[in-house]
Design a protein around this ligand. Structure first.
Ligand code: KIV
Ligand code: ZN
Length: 390
């Protein structure tokens, strides 16, 4: 079981291989999925949602192989609310050391219209399918898809039914990224206060980033009592993506003073897995993406570079090594100042006196005006020119 008795422990549920892979064009091969799952397990993720076993033979195979290879994390397979899906998910995860079945149904008015189930018939379906899953597996997660657009009374009712049928985790999805932090917290608080049996289950939050609020909404849910955050590496996922794992982990770490919760994730492994997921999914990370973007620890302006050289805390709230980078990147460009140039040249093996630096700095600025970024090789060439010029 994943149930943690510690009040401050937040479980990290990674769905890169399921919700993340649903991103159009992000399909990964079996070998790539096995590799990512191994990395997730090694970095301390609590639950790996490995796929949707009934979706295809390939998905089934990937989930079964991940179930067999995973040493620490719970391995979860997704299933719609019908016995065939649930049986197939169980078939795929049953060999995991810690298997979980995750079953869901859309509970909002729009989804009830699509499935043509009225409130009562849907409630029955939930009871039957969660009971069915629970007869197979003692770790069952249930999600009312589009929960944030489901009528409050009905959401209360279906959560109560799922708990009565044996669900051990209740996940509240903001399927279309519609909620906002205060509402996200209010929903979790209300469910925990009012649903009979609420204290016996783990409440989870699953947010999408359509309005750019997925991380904020997830953290608000945690403050209201959610103890499982569902997320993906690099925020990969359909449309604007899911909550980014690296943002949740680092926010809880850096602002532990005001959000006193902890995860089991080794943040030093973040950069490596971020790069791997970008490579295998083909979804490049935007330069200014929080935590893992190329520029997240890069400084070009003279004032910033000077401050960084004197004290890294001037412009950085976390240490690059905490996310697995070796050092801050002082990018040399037209905004760079003399102090940064001196430090960079020293790194490259050139110790310059004041007069020599003055001369090289003028030539560096002229070069930086012509080029967007001045690389180490450019500086070495510049130095070669200035030594040969005497
Ligand atoms: O966003 C969503 O509602 C989902 C569910 C399947 C949990 O991904
Ligand atoms: Zn989702």
């Amino acid at each position: 079981m994943t149930q943690s008795t510690e009040q401050d422990r937040v479980l990290i549920f990674d769905t890169t291989l399921r919700d993340g892979e649903q991103s159009p064009g992000a399909t990964m091969t079996l070998e790539e999925k096995l590799e990512i799952a191994r990395m997730l397990d090694e970095m301390g993720v609590d639950i790996i949602e490995a796929g949707f076993p009934i979706a295809s033979e390939g998905d089934f195979e990937a989930v079964s192989r991940i179930a067999r290879q995973t040493r620490n994390a719970v391995v979860c397979g997704l299933a719609r609310a019908n016995p065939a899906d649930i049986d197939r998910a169980w078939e795929a995860v049953q060999h995991a050391q810690r298997p979980r079945i995750h079953t869901f149904i859309g509970t909002s008015p729009t989804h009830r219209e699509i499935t043509q189930l009225d409130m009562d018939r849907m409630a029955e379906r939930i009871y039957e399918t969660v009971s069915h899953a629970r007869n197979l597996c003692d770790n069952v997660q249930w999600s009312p898809m589009d929960a944030t657009r489901t009528e409050t009374d009905y959401l209360l009712r279906v959560c109560e039914i799922a708990i009565a049928a044996g669900a051990t985790t209740i996940n509240i999805p903001d399927t279309v990224g519609y909620t906002a932090p205060r509402e996200s917290a209010d929903i979790i608080r209300m469910l925990r206060d009012k649903v009979p049996g609420a204290q016996d289950v783990i409440w989870a939050t699953h947010c999408h980033n359509d309005l750019g609020m997925a991380t904020a909404n997830s953290l608000a849910a945690v403050e209201a009592g959610a103890r499982q955050v569902e997320c993906t590496i690099n925020g990969l996922g359909e449309r604007a993506g899911n909550t980014a794992l690296e943002e949740v982990v680092m926010a809880l770490r850096v602002r532990n003073d005001i959000m006193p919760y902890r995860t089991g994730v080794d943040s030093r492994k973040i950069m490596q897995i971020s790069r791997r997921v970008a490579a295998v999914s083909g979804f490049q990370v935007q330069y200014n993406k929080a935590i893992v973007g190329k520029n997240a620890f890069a400084h070009e302006s003279g004032i910033h570079q000077d401050g960084m050289l004197k004290n890294a805390e001037t412009f950085e709230i976390m240490r690059p090594e905490d996310v697995g980078l070796t050092e801050t990147n002082l990018v040399m460009g037209k905004h760079s100042g003399r102090a940064a140039l001196r430090a960079k040249l020293k790194d490259l093996g050139f110790e310059l006196g004041d007069n020599q630096l003055k001369d090289v700095f003028v030539r560096f600025k002229a070069l930086a005006d012509r080029k967007k970024e001045v690389y180490d090789d450019d500086l070495i060439a510049l130095m070669a020119d200035s030594t040969s010029a005497g």
